[in-house]
Design a binder for this molecule. Structure first.
Ligand SMILES: O=C(O)C(=O)[C@@H](O)CO
Ligand SMILES: [Mg+2]
Length: 251
């Protein structure tokens, strides 16, 4: 059985930010991920992690939060200086928070210039912070219209061209199903590049068990593949209380 983390930007969102850490620990999670931890000083988040014995698996590089704005600049031609200052900012947070992974978002773009730019920016980040592992994640076009990295084949091409040991694939069962129609098949095909996994049930991005994906089968496939990383629950709970949506963890 994989080890599960909670994405506390989506899970336990019924609670104030600093209360979500204890709620995650009480629910049995030993690690969390936070999409955008930038509203608070890093040391306050660090304190909450330590107080609850939680590991931090992942944060997203800025921008944005979910209140609008561009989802990253990595594939935007001409945006290199903005991209580099965002990476410097996330690395300042990472010095305190020590996340296993930093997710770099491509932003809205298309075409070969965007692809070249994405590759160059990822190489820059990888070389600038060789001690840090970065991820890229395909997001489905229904949820993120116009987002550059919208396909696992494209992600594989990008990773091949970036060719750095500290840049890997972030698999998300929700996006995988929405993009390619079968989350398990995407896992089977692309798992050799996966360094971090997230789960949510398509089509609603709800808790595992509610859509067409057979999560017992997916978890077994992760075990069979020898995947030993975290599997982070990243879904919008279908009820007002997150802890009422965690039966999939106990099954
Ligand atoms: O939307 C997702 O899926 C993610 O994993 C986020 O990191 C994007 O913000
Ligand atoms: Mg995700």
């Amino acid at each position: 059985m994989p080890k599960f983390a909670a994405n506390i930007s989506l899970l336990f969102a019924e609670l104030p930010y600093l209360d979500r850490f204890q709620a995650a620990a009480d629910a049995g999670f030993q690690a969390v991920e936070i999409l955008f931890p930038y509203e608070l000083a890093a040391k306050e988040t660090r304190r909450a992690l330590l107080a609850n014995g939680l590991e931090l698996v992942l944060i997203n590089a800025p921008p944005p939060n979910y209140t609008g704005g561009a989802p990253g600049y990595a594939a935007i031609p001409g945006g290199a200086s903005r991209f580099q200052s965002d990476i410097r900012r996330v690395l300042r947070y990472a010095q305190v928070l020590r996340p296993g992974f930093i997710h770099i978002m491509s932003g809205y773009a298309a075409g070969t210039d965007a692809l070249d730019c994405f590759v160059q920016n990822l190489q820059w980040a990888a070389d600038f912070a060789p001690q840090q592992t970065f991820t890229i994640e395909p997001l489905n076009p229904m949820s993120q219209p116009g987002y550059f990295l919208n396909d696992y084949n494209l992600a594989t091409e990008v990773l091949g061209r970036v060719d750095r040991p500290n840049v890997g694939l972030q698999y998300d069962s929700f996006h995988a199903h929405m993009i390619h129609g079968d989350a398990l098949a995407v896992w089977e095909r692309f798992h050799p590049s996966v360094v971090h996994a997230q789960i949510g049930a398509a089509p609603e991005r709800s808790e595992p068990g509610r859509g067409p994906t057979d999560f017992a089968q997916l978890f077994a496939a992760m075990d069979d593949a020898g995947y030993s990383g975290w599997v982070s629950a990243e879904y919008a709970p279908s009820t007002a209380r997150t802890d009422a949506t965690l039966a999939w963890m106990r099954r």
